[in-house]
Design a protein around this ligand. Structure first.
Ligand SMILES: Cc1cc2nc3c(=O)[nH]c(=O)nc-3n(C[C@H](O)[C@H](O)[C@H](O)COP(=O)(O)OP(=O)(O)OC[C@H]3O[C@@H](n4cnc5c(N)ncnc54)[C@H](O)[C@@H]3O)c2cc1C
Length: 453
């Protein structure tokens, strides 16, 4: 029988996406008792979707520190590089993740669907005795005594000393805590990401012909094509020879992703085979073209099945602060502490697949620092007002990292956008830079997150 959620908790985590789950696991690994933590989510179990597909080296290191890397890493495909090429398939540059070898135990990008990542993190939480209460949608929050009382659509309430907002980009907790969420440069929503890549379609698909010659199982390299109409990403996501559990399929599954120019209007929210095929042929690499005269193999390749697809528009934003103390109305009421993590704290362009990665690293660190704060509260006078600098310092540091990440994704989007115009000076400058080993290594280093752990 399903247990009702408790009405009191020391720590309440609102949102059980990847960052809420990782925060919970990290807290427990840092010796916070399971019964002190309550995790809630508005969605029913199993409603998680594919979305983020890459876990970078720095995130694998963070997950390793809380015992969550091994299973994810064994399920995912190890991608050793990314080939960035023009519309005809000629490479601008080939990024080699193996060049990270001296700096990390994980010199690759682990390709795995976010749905899988969430399932594995949830399993880890349950193995530690934790549980997610669903569906519970937070709708309000107010200070009560020495804590914050979060209210839910069902009419239930939970009062906690620490409320962790892991409820995504449209965070209710952030909003009711009165924390702003804007582009760090103060740009308007529409101008906060490069318009050339602000509308994207992502899909998990299979093809009617084998692409094993493009992606040999022992050396996977992602394929990023840039042509005047936009960009196109093709990467292996699941291969029966590596694992076959994604969507229960027994055939290789690939992630395709592409930009849709705004001048073409709004793309369908869940594009089907026909729309996707049109973009594969228009913006994709020749090797998967359905036009045999364009395909270097002289054979047509068609999309066979769409397992998942979505259209989305992005913008950049960061919360004013990732920490807020919310006091009660009277001096006797301490109120409680709100900490923001993941998309509730920062969002940006998907260029480079950074969003979930930074969120997971935030989460692992947040679990450790909240545990440290709780463990520091000893002695007769100690209450959650003591040693706040621990939490404030962490929040400030993560805020700095998120700002740098947003700046990096903007630079990366500009870089990709410039390569769409072969007549621009930037195109040729970038073309030459792509041949310089230092520049190539720097790009890999930035993508891996190792410079912004
Ligand atoms: C289409 C798309 C593609 C993306 N691709 C990539 C990529 O390739 N690489 C990458 O790194 N990142 C990518 N991202 C970003 C990545 O998905 C997010 O950064 C990541 O999901 C953030 O995790 P989170 O746990 O902070 O938030 P979410 O994953 O948004 O999880 C929030 C959770 O909170 C719950 N919730 C929301 N509101 C409430 C409420 N009021 N009460 C209770 N629960 C609530 C939701 O049900 C959800 O489970 C992509 C995002 C999108 C939309």
């Amino acid at each position: 029988m399903l247990q009702p959620p408790p009405t009191q908790a020391r720590i309440l985590i609102v949102g059980a996406g990847p960052t809420g789950l990782a925060t919970a696991v990290s807290l427990i690994k840092h010796r916070i008792a399971v019964h002190d933590i309550v995790v809630v989510d508005s969605a029913l179990s199993g409603q998680n979707s594919s979305r983020a597909v890459v876990i970078h080296a720095a995130t694998l290191e963070a997950l390793e520190s809380i015992g969550c890397r091994t299973k994810l890493d064994a399920t995912g495909i190890h991608m050793q590089g990314i080939r960035i090429q023009d519309g005809n398939g000629s490479p601008f540059l080939v990024n080699d993740f193996t060049s990270l070898h001296p700096c990390t135990k994980f010199p690759y990008a682990c390709m795995i669907s976010q749905a899988h990542t969430e399932i594995e993190l949830n399993k880890e939480l349950e193995a530690l005795g934790g549980h997610v209460f669903r569906p519970l949608k937070a709708i309000g929050m107010k200070p009560v005594g020495n804590g914050l009382q979060v209210s839910f659509e069902t009419g239930q309430t939970i009062t906690a000393q620490y409320v962790i907002a892991a409820d995504g980009a449209r965070s209710v907790i952030r909003s009711v805590a009165g924390i702003g969420f804007l582009d760090p440069e103060g740009l308007e929503k529409d101008k906060s990401v490069d318009p050339r890549t602000s509308q994207m379609i992502l899909a998990d698909v299979s093809f009617d012909s084998s692409l094993d010659h493009v992606f040999p199982v022992d050396h996977y390299t992602g394929n990023f094509s840039i042509c005047p109409d936009g960009l196109f990403l093709l990467a292996p996501l699941a291969h029966p020879k590596v694992q076959s559990t994604l969507y229960g399929a027994s055939e290789p599954i690939y992630r395709i992703g592409f930009s849709v120019p705004l001048r073409k209007g709004e793309a369908p929210s869940q594009p089907g085979l026909e729309v996707l095929q049109e973009y594969v042929d228009g913006q994709g690499p020749p090797i998967i073209s359905s036009d045999p005269s364009r395909n270097p193999t002289n054979k047509p390749v068609h999309l066979k099945k769409v397992y998942w697809s979505t259209r989305f528009r992005t913008h950049s934003a960061i919360a004013d602060t990732f920490f807020k103390r919310i006091h009660g109305d009277t001096e006797q009421e301490n109120g409680g502490i709100v900490m923001l993590v993941g998309d509730a704290a920062h969002i940006h362009s998907p260029m480079g697949g950074q969003g979930m990665n930074l969120g997971l690293r935030d989460a692992v660190g947040l679990g450790a620092v909240v545990a440290k704060h709780i463990q520091s509260l000893t002695g007769p006078d100690a209450n959650t007002n003591s040693n706040l600098e621990l939490l404030q310092g962490f929040a400030k540091e993560r805020h700095g990292r998120a700002s740098r990440q947003i700046a990096m994704t903007k630079r990366f989007a500009w870089f990709v956008g410039s390569l769409m115009n072969p007549w621009s000076i930037q195109y040729w400058v970038l073309y030459v830079m792509g041949k310089i080993p230092f520049f190539k290594k720097k790009l890999v280093w930035q993508l891996s997150g190792l410079g912004n752990r």
